[in-house]
Design a binder for this molecule. Structure first.
Ligand SMILES: CC(C)(COP(=O)(O)OP(=O)(O)OC[C@H]1O[C@@H](n2cnc3c(N)ncnc32)[C@H](O)[C@@H]1OP(=O)(O)O)[C@@H](O)C(=O)NCCC(=O)NCCS
Length: 190
């Protein structure tokens, strides 16, 4: 597994994932993005040094997701993150991506706190953050109009000191998932 910095040669492949309904409906900007907009966004990204974007590759070097840190603040030692997996990614991809990304932030960038803001209509991501070890820190009531109604935004945080215990649990879960994937399918009962 590896995090590959988003670059001129790989950034176009993430547009189709970003535009898939599953991802769009989880984001704060949920309109479809054109190739031209994507190219302009990438140009701007290169001038921004408080952001880091990565493609997450599995152990076979296949791109499986995107993870990024925004508002990286060296003074307060904080950052926000976001992520999405390739629409066809296997279950368990999300926790593998999280493990690589959070380890990178806490151990390589030496940031002390990672924050997230999640739409309250994104049940999967709410559960996902809790599973990884994030603590809910607050609710911004009726903060975002999702096209139908105003919904809450849930703020989460995790500190670098809290990470090792959660990391161990995630590693165990990943081992279980790998064992399940290796198990032969049950024999036909005839
Ligand atoms: C959120 C996302 C990255 C999760 O990736 P994933 O590969 O589906 O997640 P995993 O299979 O690794 O699951 C990790 C945990 O999330 C939770 N989870 C996963 N799928 C779930 C579902 N359908 N419903 C509820 N919880 C779910 C479970 O707790 C799961 O752990 P478990 O299998 O040990 O019970 C992925 O669904 C995605 O890209 N969503 C769209 C983008 C997005 O929401 N980004 C975050 C914005 S804040």
């Amino acid at each position: 597994m590896a995090l590959i910095p988003l670059n001129i040669n790989n950034y176009e492949q993430i547009l189709a994932w970003r535009n898939s309904p599953n991802v769009r409906n989880a984001m704060f900007h949920s309109q479809e993005i054109s190739l031209k907009e994507h190219q302009e966004w990438f140009k701007k990204l290169q001038r921004n040094d408080d952001r880091q974007w990565f493609i997450f590759q599995d152990s076979e070097g296949m791109a499986q997701g995107v993870v990024y840190f925004n508002d990286i603040n060296g003074v307060h030692s904080t950052a926000f993150w976001g992520f999405y997996t390739r629409p066809e990614a296997l279950l368990g991809t999300g926790i593998r991506l999280a493990l690589e990304a959070i380890d990178h932030l806490f151990n390589k960038l030496e940031i002390n706190k990672l924050c997230a803001e999640v739409r309250s209509d994104n049940q999967r991501s709410l559960i996902f953050h809790q599973k990884i070890g994030f603590i809910e820190e607050g609710v911004f009531r009726s903060q975002y109009f999702n096209g139908q109604q105003s919904i809450d935004i849930i703020r989460f945080g995790i500190l670098s000191g809290e990470w090792p215990i959660h990391k161990e649990q995630l590693q165990k879960r990943i081992c279980e998932l790998s064992l399940l994937a290796e198990r032969p399918p049950p024999a036909d009962i005839t």
